[in-house]
Design a binder for this molecule. Structure first.
Ligand SMILES: Cc1ncc(COP(=O)(O)O)c(C=O)c1O
Length: 419
């Protein structure tokens, strides 16, 4: 249907004032809080194309760009031939396909955990987890569960999906937060809560997407274990990136084996789409029903599930793919640091550059657009007012020339606007 064929609903039109959508949308667009969502017309990778307009892309979380490699594409097509394109519904009603099972078993091996359950996205994994761990439900008088008294403790900077998932819990009674990456604060909170409550679960991330900070995992797990709290690590941004001995943060990631549950996203290093949770057998088995986000929605599409499995093998068999990526990303960080730009502290692959004033950040973003580069900008309310920053991720297929152009433009803007 073309847009001209869409008839205007007069009730919606007039009610948009009452509901505030006219004012909000117009003001947001006029004041530059958000733009019309752009439409890409070619695969997203080191460059991104809107109609025929090509930009160098520093916004993609699909850092390795594996979806554009020949073997991955061939695997995807072959899997589509074998398994078809759809799951046809939810896991509980008709089962999952063999591709999901293989991928989940493989993930258990990688994560060193008993059982896995996959979801159509990482966000749905997080929503489903808190739902399952806080629910009261019964099939019969003997088959019932009641965790409506569970206490949730989240790092203050946890992803929106975890906070959203917990929004049915009363803050200060069932839901608490500790200061970002602050084990002392967590310990204090757990000492107080554990005196009154038996069921406590602590959630934090391995690598935080907004500022690239790395969790002090040893101290966080020490606190959880001392106070007998379960732990849930959202490893969306660390999965298959950090862990091996030769990579940065090896000590932190060696601690991950202490997590009760681990959550991963397949949209980052793997570069497909989907998410999963691994953990103890009985819990994960029950999540099939209790998460809700597995029961009431379709799963990852079968060729995607199979390709996730393929990429997990590829990245384990060829660690040099990620090693090379990380080393190039560190080089870029080093070049930016030498130019006295204010970068995020932990040298992870997520690089942010402090710009400061919100207005200045908008100008910087627009100048990058003029230079044919997409450079994501975070400003209030995503960060504190006038602490705006740009956050970039190198793409494995960025050429040296593209990186040089980015550094040159950034340095020119640094001089012009002073940041
Ligand atoms: C920490 C964290 N958790 C969860 C998610 C959601 O993952 P997905 O994109 O697979 O839904 C993200 C994605 O940005 C994330 O950064």
């Amino acid at each position: 249907m073309t847009s001209s064929a869409v008839s205007k609903n007069s009730l919606c039109e007039s009610d948009a004032d009452l509901w505030g959508f006219n004012n909000f949308t117009d003001a947001a667009v006029n004041e530059g809080f958000f733009y019309d969502i752009l439409t890409t017309t070619k695969p997203v990778g080191p460059t991104i194309t809107y109609n025929d307009d090509e930009f160098i892309n520093f916004a993609s979380i699909n850092i390795l760009d594996l979806h554009q490699t020949k073997d991955v594409l061939e695997h995807f097509h072959a899997a589509a031939d074998i398994y078809g394109l759809t799951t046809g519904g939810s896991r509980v009603t008709q089962g999952v396909c063999e591709a999901h099972k293989k991928m989940e078993n493989h993930l258990c091996l990688l994560n060193g955990q008993e059982r896995a359950i996959s979801f159509a996205s990482g966000l749905l994994a997080n929503l489903g987890f808190i739902n399952a761990m806080s629910c009261k439900f019964h099939f019969s008088e003997t088959c019932e569960i009641d965790n409506s008294d569970a206490i949730f403790v989240l790092d203050h900077d946890c992803h929106w999906s975890l906070w959203k998932a917990a929004s049915h819990l009363k803050f200060g009674q069932q839901l608490f937060s500790f200061k970002h990456n602050n084990p002392t604060d967590l310990r204090k909170l757990l000492a107080r809560l554990s005196a009154k409550h038996d069921k406590i679960i602590v959630a934090f991330e391995s690598v935080y997407s907004a500022d690239g900070s790395i969790a002090p995992m040893k101290e966080l797990f020490d606190a959880c274990e001392q106070y007998h709290a379960l732990s849930y690590v959202d490893d969306a941004n660390g999965f298959l990136i950090y862990g091996p001995q030769n990579r940065l943060f090896v000590n932190e990631f060696a601690q991950m084996k202490r997590a009760t549950f681990k959550m991963v996203s397949f949209s980052k290093a793997v570069g497909m789409e989907g998410g999963a949770i691994t953990g103890p057998e009985k819990y994960i088995h029950a999540f099939e029903v209790l998460s809700g986000t597995s029961l009431f929605t379709a799963a990852i599409q079968p060729p995607t599930a199979s390709t996730i499995d393929y990429i997990m093998y590829k990245l384990t068999a060829q660690p040099e793919i990620m090693d090379t990526y990380l080393s190039r990303s560190l080089d870029l960080r080093q070049r930016l640091a030498e130019r006295k730009l204010q970068l995020n502290e932990d040298p992870s692959y997520i690089i942010s550059v402090l710009i400061g004033q919100d207005e200045k950040a908008v100008k910087v973003y627009e100048k990058f657009l003029e230079e044919k580069m997409i450079v994501p900008m975070f400003r209030y309310p995503a960060v504190r007012p006038d602490h705006a920053l740009i956050r970039i991720m190198l793409n494995a297929h960025h050429t040296e020339e593209q990186i040089n152009r980015f550094v040159d433009v950034l340095c020119r803007l640094q001089k012009k606007y002073g940041f």
